[in-house]
Design a binder for this molecule. Structure first.
Ligand code: NDP
Length: 437
């Protein structure tokens, strides 16, 4: 038994090591392929077959590994502005869900205002007053990724140590394995100098960088070709709306797995600080050098389909949150919502009750909202048409992530709610797609 446990721990640590070692080069290679090899994976294979993998990798990564002075200044200014907006903009204080150890996180709900102010400042300082050239961010994106990577590695290490020696909340601890703790984190809700680290890193840094980078990519395409292609306009517009909706419902995000389950380790912190800027923006980055024309018909179809996906996905998240806010007394699609009152015991042995919605979108499949998420991303990738796989990298990754996430969430809920979750599963048997899985 002991032997089996050890082996399981070793395999888990090896898996984690692989993720930590592979994800940074993948982010760098995607940027390099897109910028210097016309987004062609064949060219990339050719590059490595000529130079060898390690020397090739060194040639690509070494010049940007530590970032550059300009890159660090850009990141420092961006982080400082976002912290100021997070702290100073008005907003009601909202509560997140109570943790297993009884902690109730609190947030200032000013995400949407911060989103609008950030876009406005970027436009004013860059496009209007010309204090910086937005396209320069595209030119220096490799250095920015290098700096981001170094920062996220070090910051995660700092959070690991902090979680061990002075955790912010009781929901912290160690598994005894440095590798796994570094990857998964030791603290659930770390605060540093009064700043809620996950709120800042996930929302105000990672998610906020996404629309600003897209605007820089639009500027670069305009600089190169003297115009902005309709494919770029459709793709970027849909993404700006998606991120806008995210910030409009930011308080709902505090109830998702990212915030209430995942600790502040490499998986989350590196993910939001490096993977979001590099991978989530890939379609826009690819379009810079490929000003594809898609015409008004396809443009309209993609915008309408994208908006419908966002609308359905947002409605699904809202149903789940509203039914709990109304203690189950909530109407869905014209009738009283069918719910399960699920009891569970928290880490202090206190019995609590929660509500599982088995109706509306949540009666179709247990994670049907993931379909809306994937279709939305497909709609902003399709303007790139089909000459390269790179603009589809995000939507492919997202599909894999959400399939894995559906399993992870089911496992968590089965442990948390036991027979009540079994009842929900018997009423709603499919995970994501009814009739398929
Ligand atoms: P979910 O919105 O799926 O919420 C999961 C939690 O909701 C569960 O852990 C459980 O928590 C509760 N829950 C589960 N089933 C029910 C039910 N039937 N009724 C009521 N509550 C239920 O969380 P995610 O974090 O996976 O997704 C949040 C949003 O973020 C989604 O829109 C998703 O598409 C999006 N997303 C986007 C990603 C991206 O990279 N673009 C990645 C991941 C998610 P509890 O303990 O409260 O009961």
């Amino acid at each position: 038994m002991e032997e089996k446990k050890k082996k399981g721990g070793l395999l888990r640590d090896l898996g984690v090591l692989l993720i930590i070692l592979l994800t940074p080069p993948v982010a760098i290679l995607l940027w390099y392929t897109d910028t210097y090899l016309q987004g062609s994976l064949r060219e990339l294979v050719h590059f490595f077959s000529e130079r060898g993998f390690f020397t090739g990798m060194y040639a690509i990564w070494a010049p940007v590994f530590w970032g550059s002075k300009t890159a660090w200044i850009i990141l420092g200014l961006f982080a400082a502005i976002e912290i100021l907006l997070m702290k100073l903009l008005p907003g009601k204080v909202v509560e997140g869900p109570v943790t297993p150890r009884g902690y109730i996180p609190r947030y200032r709900n000013n995400g949407f205002t911060a989103f609008l102010v950030s876009l406005f400042l970027f436009w004013l300082l860059g496009f209007r007053l010309g204090l910086f050239r937005p396209a320069m961010i595209y030119d220096r994106f490799g250095e920015i990724l290098g700096a981001l990577n170094i920062f996220a590695w070090s910051f995660t290490l700092l959070l690991y140590v902090k979680g061990l020696c002075c955790p912010t909340t009781p929901d912290s601890g160690s598994t005894g394995s440095f590798l796994f703790d570094y990857y998964w984190g030791t603290d659930l809700y770390p605060h540093i100098l009064g700043i809620n680290v996950k709120h800042f890193a996930n929302c105000r840094f990672g998610m906020m960088s996404w629309p600003l980078l897209l605007l820089a990519f639009v500027d670069k395409q305009h600089e190169l070709y003297g115009a902005v292609s309709d494919s770029m306009i459709v793709s970027v517009t849909l993404q700006l709306i998606y991120v806008g909706i995210f910030f409009f419902y930011e308080s709902g995000y505090f109830r998702t797995m990212d915030i209430q389950v995942d600790r502040a380790g490499y998986y989350l912190i590196w993910g939001v600080m490096v993977w979001i800027p590099s991978v989530y923006t890939l379609t826009g980055h690819w379009l810079v050098n490929h000003p594809v024309t898609i015409g008004p018909g396809l443009s309209a179809v993609l915008v309408v389909a994208g908006l419908l996906s966002f609308w359905s996905k947002t409605g699904m998240n809202r149903q789940r949150i509203r039914v709990r806010e109304h203690d189950g007394n909530y109407r869905i699609w014209g009738h009283p919502a069918k719910i399960i009152r699920a009891k569970y015991t928290d880490d202090h042995g206190v019995e609590r009750e929660s509500i599982l919605l088995a109706d509306g979108w949540w009666g179709i499949a247990r994670h049907f909202h993931y379909v809306g998420e994937i279709l939305g991303a497909l709609c902003w990738s399709l303007p790139a048409l089909f000459s390269s796989i790179i603009p589809y990298f995000y939507v492919i990754y997202l599909t894999l992530l959400l399939v894995h996430r559906a399993r992870r969430d089911d496992k968590r809920c089965r442990i948390k709610y036991g027979k009540y979750w079994e009842e929900y599963c018997s009423r709603v048997p499919y995970r994501i797609l009814p009739g398929v899985w």
